[in-house]
Design a protein. Structure first.
Length: 198
């Protein structure tokens, strides 16, 4: 049985969801970002208990197909931006279409309708946060970060970074108090960023 869970965005989230499943004596086959496959078919009571346990842990069990697809879109983006060590080589539109087996225009319209922001803005927000993380770690220079994150140039990265944060990357690097946002809060606020994320 497959279940879709909202706000599952990190390894810690996966661990917390596994704990909730164990409490109910449920056996999982797969626990991925936003998605769980369990061996059993759940009773109405078990489903209710899981829903409640997940809610208390900060998650939400989803049963609406549109919400599930939105969550899948978010999780594919989060995985690609934050957890992939490979440089981004394809456009996000192509990647999302292939990964989710839907036309990008449909995905884009659905995302905007439900989230009140565009997929592009969501991607830009996540890429900016990842760039902040890479700057803070200090292992890569700005040129290497631009390449890793799939920007066409350092200038493109700098322009986009400044548009989102109000600061050029070099200024951010020299700040004493570098602030980052939790993954689950990135890209959910409304914004007027019109720049292309690809």
């Amino acid at each position: 049985m497959k279940l879709y869970i909202k706000y599952m965005v990190s390894s810690r989230c996966k661990k917390a969801v596994k704990e909730e499943l164990k409490k109910l004596g449920l056996h999982f086959i797969v626990v991925a970002l936003g998605e769980v496959e369990i061996m059993e078919n759940m009773s109405t009571e078990q489903l209710q208990d899981l829903k409640q346990g997940l809610l208390e842990a900060g998650f939400e069990l989803m049963d609406d197909k549109k919400s599930m697809l939105i969550e899948k879109i978010k999780n594919v983006i989060i995985e690609m931006v934050h957890y992939s060590d490979e440089p981004i080589k394809v456009t996000f539109s192509v990647y999302l279409s292939e990964k989710l087996d839907h036309d990008y225009t449909y995905l884009s319209n659905l995302f905007s309708e439900v989230q009140g922001t565009t997929i592009e803005h969501f991607i830009i927000s996540h890429k900016t946060e990842r760039v902040k993380e890479l700057i803070i770690y200090g292992e890569l220079n700005i040129t290497e970060i631009a390449w890793k994150m799939g920007y066409s140039s350092v200038a493109h990265l700098s322009t986009q970074f400044k548009k989102v944060t109000g600061l050029p990357p070099s200024h951010f690097k020299n700040m004493k108090d570098k602030r980052r946002s939790p993954i689950e809060e990135i890209g959910i606020e409304n914004s007027t960023i019109q720049n292309n994320a690809n």
